[in-house]
Design a protein around this ligand. Structure first.
Ligand code: NOJ
Length: 563
């Protein structure tokens, strides 16, 4: 029995992803079946009915591969296996079968920029001599200085410190992230072939698509002499050169790699889909999202934006235009495993910058004091806004429960390499990775029969799925209702703004989609008149014919052909 109220798109439709709702699972924090305190694949399988009932189309799993967890699994020791702590390939196959039975697609994360230092290739490289074929799969170079004691370039690691680590024979290897994450040399055909093999391996197992980690980093300018970055050391997507001339990021040559991947994807029916994690200028995102490339690229502008109507209006327009230019659809993301959960972000003063939020984490979430009810209200309004936009919505696990950031994790419990590598200046991303609460009671609130690899807050049970289920006012029921309705409402990809610039300036966003589906968001502290129409869903109680502050509503107006 399909779980949806309206006919789901055919599983063979090549464009299933264009307006899909994709749910991100961070496997180690989702559900633990065996009590070792780490979420696992059978845990995911056991909760797939919950996800089907929630109404998502696809589930994207963050890395579940063998890993020493130097970066939460984004340090992959074997691309074609499951971490034994998370299960087996048979468990994976069972998960895919169950997903398909429930009408869900599975997507996996591919981490092509770097492997783990435990990967057999890197171990071989360490054992091999400078200049050997084994070292050519990674980026090994001699150092500078009289005895090669200085790193080959000034390139910084994204987690702090230099991007080079020295090995006992004196050479240095490149890692744009943690030292346990050596960068591959994508000029090497062996690396390219091996990734094709990996893409086929998972595609053959029924995976529908891939999320491509650091998609903008693979093609580096490794010609001798390597160039120092100098002024370009601090990485700002908007400051990257427009012509692809940066030695490390967003080089044009990366697209040739993805054209090769596209051939792999297109050999399947339906063709496999991919979404690029590419922190690049908006104007350069198109190339990643093109049909000859990966197909879609994350748009993180929304995630970084304030809840300001005028800012969002501009941002939505440009995201839609960029996606159209690429022949793709846009993505909409409020949270993921790398950022402070948006309930907490919205609970902070509206003008808080990314840096302010990092500083707030360092005060264990005390300064400034978050206004959690306000954060909840805004997050609910943002959810209805996001889920009404044309394109794909990516929902991060626990977002549907309205989970806040766990900002007061004890420093001794932190696992994110950012914490150590920044010398304690950045607290890192553990606070959004705390295992989910499924039940009000129980030692781990239903996460699993044992412990929890990151401590859960004492009051975590109040957010539990079983507490919220059936409660009409709850976050979970809002998401369920929205996703159910969305299936019946989503038609073409057009969006038309309604209302004047002046209204937007005062905090109102109002747009219409085919079939008379209107979305109004009041992102201000004053109530506004509610436009006429049948109210389908609202993010908070409506008072008479007013749309209260920080509330969104979906309405249907006029005849079916109305915009
Ligand atoms: C982006 C991932 O989302 C993040 O979690 C990871 O640390 C880096 N890429 C490096 O793989």
């Amino acid at each position: 029995m399909p779980h949806h109220d309206s006919p789901a798109p055919s599983p063979h439709a090549a464009d299933w992803w264009r307006q899909a709702v994709v749910y991100q699972v961070y496997p180690r924090s989702f559900a633990d079946s065996d009590g070792d305190g780490i979420g696992d694949i059978p845990g995911v399988t056991s909760r797939l009915p919950y996800l089907a009932d929630l109404g998502v189309d696809a589930v994207w799993l963050s890395p579940f591969y063998p890993s020493q967890l130097a970066d939460g699994g984004y340090d992959v020791a074997d691309y074609r296996d499951v971490d034994p702590r998370l299960g087996t390939l048979d468990d994976f196959d069972e998960m895919v079968r169950t997903a398909h039975r429930l009408g869900l697609k599975i997507m996996v994360d591919i981490v092509p920029n770097h492997s783990s230092d435990q990967h057999v290739w890197f171990q071989e490289a360490l054992a091999a001599a400078p200049g050997s074929a084994a070292r050519e799969r990674y980026v090994f170079r001699d150092g500078r200085g009289a005895d090669g004691e200085l790193p080959p370039t000034d390139w910084p690691s994204s987690f702090g410190g230099p991007a080079w680590t020295r090995v006992p024979d004196g050479q240095w290897y490149l890692h744009l992230y943690a030292p346990q994450q050596p960068d591959f040399n994508w000029d090497n055909p062996e690396v390219r072939e091996d990734f094709h093999r990996t893409l086929r391996f998972w595609s053959d197992r029924g995976v529908a698509g891939f999320r491509v980690d650091v998609a903008h980093g693979l093609a580096k300018d490794l010609r001798a002499p390597l160039r120092d970055l100098g002024e370009q050391r601090s990485y700002q997507p908007d400051a990257l050169p427009v012509d692809g001339s940066h030695p490390l990021w967003d080089r044009d040559a990366v697209h040739e790699i993805y054209r090769g991947w596209r051939q792999v994807f297109d050999a399947y029916d339906p063709p496999r889909f991919a979404v690029a994690e590419a922190w690049v200028r908006a104007s350069r995102r198109t190339a990643y999202a093109s049909a000859a490339g990966l197909g879609q690229a994350f748009n993180f502008d929304f995630l970084g934006a304030r809840l300001d109507a005028a800012e969002l209006h501009t941002l939505i327009d440009s995201a839609l235009a960029d996606a159209r230019g690429a022949g793709a659809t846009s993505t909409w993301v409020l949270s993921n495993h790398d950022v402070v959960r948006h309930v907490s972000r919205y609970a902070l003063p509206g003008d808080c910058t990314k840096r302010d939020i990092e500083a707030w984490l360092l005060t264990d979430g005390r300064e400034p004091a978050p206004d959690l009810p306000a954060g909840v209200r805004k997050a609910r309004a943002a959810a209805l806004l996001m889920l009404a936009l044309p394109g794909s919505a990516y929902v991060y696990q626990g977002e549907e429960l309205g989970l806040p950031e766990v900002a007061d994790l004890d420093r001794a419990d932190l696992r994110d390499p950012m914490w150590v590598r920044s010398g304690g200046r950045v607290k890192g991303r553990d606070g959004c990775r705390v295992p989910l609460p499924w039940t009000r009671e129980g030692a781990t609130f239903g996460f699993g029969p044992g412990g929890s690899w990151l401590p859960q807050p004492a009051d975590w049970g109040r957010y539990a799925a079983d507490v919220q289920s059936g409660d009409k006012e709850s976050f979970l029921e809002l998401y369920r209702a929205a996703l159910r309705l969305r299936r019946t409402l989503v038609a073409d990809e057009a969006l038309e703004w309604v209302g004047s610039r002046e209204q937007t300036r005062r905090g109102l966003l109002h747009f219409a989609r085919a079939g008379g589906w209107h979305t109004v968001s009041n992102l201000s502290d004053e109530p506004v008149p509610l436009p006429r129409g049948e109210v389908l869903l609202a993010s908070g109680p409506l008072t008479g014919d007013e749309l209260p502050p920080w509330t969104s509503a979906w309405l249907r107006t006029g005849s079916a052909s109305d915009r």
